[in-house]
Design a protein around this ligand. Sequence first.
Ligand SMILES: Nc1ncnc2c1ncn2[C@@H]1O[C@H](COP(=O)(O)OP(=O)(O)OP(=O)(O)O)[C@@H](O)[C@H]1O
Length: 769
Amino acid sequence: MAAQAQQETAVDSVQDASHDSVRDREISVEQEHLDRVYRRLEEKIHEAQFLMHDAAKRGQVGTPGALAERDAQVFRAGVHLSRLNNEFEDFLFGRIDLLPGKDGKKGPDGAYTAVEPAEGAVRPDNTADIAETLHIGRIGVLDEDYAPLVIDWRAPAAAPFYRSTPVDPGRVVRRRVIRSKGRRVLGVEDDLMRPELKAFLHGRELPVIGDGALMAALGRARSHTMRDIVASIQAEQDLVIRAPAASVTYVEGGPGTGKTAVALHRAAYLLYQDRRRYAGGILIVSPTPLLVAYTEGVLPSLGEEGQVAIRAIGSLVEGAEATLYDSPSTARAKGSSRMLKVLRKAARGALELNDSPARLRVVAFGRRLELEAEELERIRRNALGGTAPVNLLRPRARKLLLDALWDKSGATARHTDPELAAELRSSFDEDITSEDDFLAFLDAWWPELTPRAVLRAMADERRLGRWARRVLNPGEVRKVARSLRRDGHSVHDIAMLDELQAILGSPARPRKKREIDPLDQLTGLEELMPVREESQRERAERLAQERVEYAHVIVDEAQDLTPMQWRMVGRRGRHATWTVVGDPAQSSWSDPEEAAEARDEALGTRPRRRFQLTVNYRNPAEIADLAAKVLALAMPGSPSPKAVRSTGVEPRFTTVRDSLAGTVRAAAARLLDQVDGTVGVVVAMRRREEARRWLAGLGDRVVALGSLEAKGLEYDATVVVSPAEIADESPAGLRVLYVALTRATQQLTIVSGERDEPDAHGVPDLLRD
Ligand SMILES: Nc1ncnc2c1ncn2[C@@H]1O[C@H](COP(=O)(O)OP(=O)(O)OP(=O)(O)O)[C@@H](O)[C@H]1O
């Protein structure tokens, strides 16, 4: 028996050794290719440097077309250079081995265009020859004969790398993911798209290494920043990423289906596909600054910097930043479309608040003229008629004042000749408007209002009560007014500020210069320097400040936008195409129907293309199954996405022993021991400060989060503290709990609190069948 075991071990190790040598050989094959790519890039860089020198020597000689072409070459070579100098971890990451194509034609990037294999590509004995091998990378590189050495992942020829599946393989026989760092290939992982086939490349059977790239990527430890998924985008995701940008692309999918990842890759794809069109900028709206920080490295890793502004919903208004939270009931009042009516009233009402003089006294044509309070009131009401922006009505109000004074002056009757009368009137107006007293009166009586001033005015409960009569109930008025007395703003205040800006309007001021697309202004490699020196964040900041509207708007976690927030985001994309990604089951907004109405208004009548993502790449089945129980309570009948892997590790249930703090700390410490990456501790919003203290000293792999802050984030392991407390915190509490339960990629511990009713195994009532 022992001898047989020994023999088997020996056979295994021989197989392992031979497997290892195949692996090594395959790695060296890819290494050779990568070396060739780098040699070619170095040549291009030398060429670029030569071109630059030459161009400088010759000055502006040549036809405009030739000069433009030279500049474009220099620019592209420079882009390659600066990207390569950035040392992408895996510049070259993929390869596909293809059967001959049906039509045998090559596309503009040198790759065959046909998706389907040619007749007879597979012989009756299920053998075939590989006709073509394509390497896929973050940017495209051609050899000296213009044959592709690397194809840009966004090029049409790269699509089969993502689209091919064993069910619908097209021409792809083997898909390989290549792992490299700098100039060294570290490993390869293969997926066979046609496992039934014996395929030959240069007369040798195609070897297959590893268990597939997706599983390798999913199993990796998580850090505090998101990674791109460019090497393992799945077919259903690729359809969304490459969907034509006409009108609205609408994507729904459960937790972990890759919505955020897909949205970010789509931004990179759109820029690649039509850079000029998107020179108008792409705005990505994210629910929290935490999610912005988590995702903002993805686009630079895909070779895209600038042009894309990733902003939290609380940072969309220049000069204001959301730092405070509102209670669920206050948030409901502030975010609802009812608030629009209140703001319209407040903007007009705020005009009366200044200490404007009760009467206007001026001297014109040597006579004293006066308008009394009542007349002034009537004029103001008159001027405010309609819905035009309040700040833009000042000239109208001024004109009405002058009309009233003119009537009082009795000068109307003096001249019947219309020309003379007009002349007289104009000198009358001039007389008055040059008077300092009149100007001072106008400033006090019709000041230029700022959104902040109106919001401050709304902090007075009695006043707000007047403006919100029959719109908000007295309880809501009290809460909203009280919340506006705090120092700072909440996300809901930011949307109110933006709405007020639209209601008030800005009097015309000189415009800032438009953003310039570097491709429009090529003069040589020097042009790249300013582009490169500005970081993604700085550029995004600048774009956000300069831009009011964008060419494409991507809304992440769209289910969470309130009606007022939809209005704010809608104003930034009035002429844009849109990508909207979300999951109704994760909505923390109490009235999803009202929000859907506002969303439809923001998106207008543009046609929509809908996509559904169905596979959960984040949670193992053990965690997804537990979360599905809450989904069934939160949204009965709603399908939960299918988990793509299972770890065999069931969620753990713990009840409080000595103290909640001690129990949570112990659970977090235990998980820190068990996983290599991050641990998130999710608590009800009101506990987030104390939870930070519970974890003090455990290191920076662990973070405490309020339930609403956990949106979109993920950790290797999570501790969810008191499901009932999270669920009871707001009308959308069960959906918020569903979000909390779906953040972990490996392990989940549930700690029951006072409000939970755990059974003998510690499973709280909300998580039982
Ligand atoms: N094709 C893929 N290859 C590798 N990893 C993937 C793939 N698709 C998604 N993932 C990973 O799955 C995780 C979840 O992705 P993402 O955060 O985009 O999902 P989501 O749908 O936005 O989730 P949620 O709705 O919970 O915020 C991420 O770690 C992402 O990198």
